[in-house]
Write a protein that binds this ligand. Structure first.
Ligand code: TMP
Length: 210
């Protein structure tokens, strides 16, 4: 059985992740690929319980927040992501460890080397095969995100926080240009999806030929 591919979707608040996640799912299904769509924080029952704490609890220390994220991630990886990939399914995950570097690292000020340590220890070598970074100026995304009701505590963060998050994502995409592909999310949706479709097509073709 050929191992499936692991795709993650990243970006600040209000950049259109949900719409594009559905586009990716449809694209892969049309190519006869079995798909599992999941998210972080969350994805499996224990991690979903931790998610509520992470997105709602206002008195968490940054370090505690980071550790809770990784606690959920351990379960998510072992119970869902790795088993699905080994069954030949493709896993699409709405956010993953890059978000920890961006939000807990740049956003909350935890040194990246500490996050790297947790990643190396807990992810047993698992990294996304492809990360699509939906990028837009912070003002654009925050306005969209704040129009939703029931904002979580990340969506209520300051503009300065979100600017650090965006800067971190851009830095990561420069550090890992092969894996992280930046998508300009300010363009019309049809253009955004044409670009995503092109990137996915490359990955699907190389996988089918492997
Ligand atoms: P979502 O609403 O985009 O699904 O994600 C919930 C929030 O969790 C989002 O605002 C970013 C945050 N988050 C982190 O701070 N660190 C992480 O590692 C992950 C996966 C998410």
């Amino acid at each position: 059985m050929k191992r499936g591919k692991f795709i993650t979707l990243e970006g600040g608040e209000g950049v259109g992740k949900t719409t594009n996640l559905e586009y990716i799912r449809q694209f892969l299904l049309e190519h006869q690929i079995e798909v599992v769509v999941t998210r972080e924080p969350g994805g499996v029952p224990i991690a979903e319980k931790l998610r509520s704490l992470i997105v709602e609890e206002t008195s968490l220390y940054p370090e505690a927040e980071l550790l809770l994220l990784f606690a959920g991630r351990v379960h998510h990886i072992r119970e869902l992501i790795l088993p699905s990939l080994h069954q030949g399914k493709w896993v699409i995950c709405d956010r993953f460890t890059d978000a920890s570097y961006a939000y807990q690292g740049e956003g909350r000020g935890i040194p990246w080397r500490r996050i790297e340590y947790l990643e190396n220890w807990l992810q047993v070598g698992l990294k996304p095969d492809l990360t699509l970074l939906l990028d837009a100026p912070v003002e654009v995304g925050m306005t969209r995100a704040r129009q939703r009701k029931d904002n979580n505590r990340f969506e209520r963060e300051s503009l300065a926080f979100m600017q650090r998050v965006r800067r971190a994502y851009l830095l990561l995409s420069q550090q890992y240009p092969e894996r992280i592909r930046r998508i300009d999310a300010t363009r019309p949706l049809s253009q955004v999806q044409a670009q995503i479709g092109g990137i996915l097509q490359e990955l699907v073709t190389s996988w089918q030929q492997s």
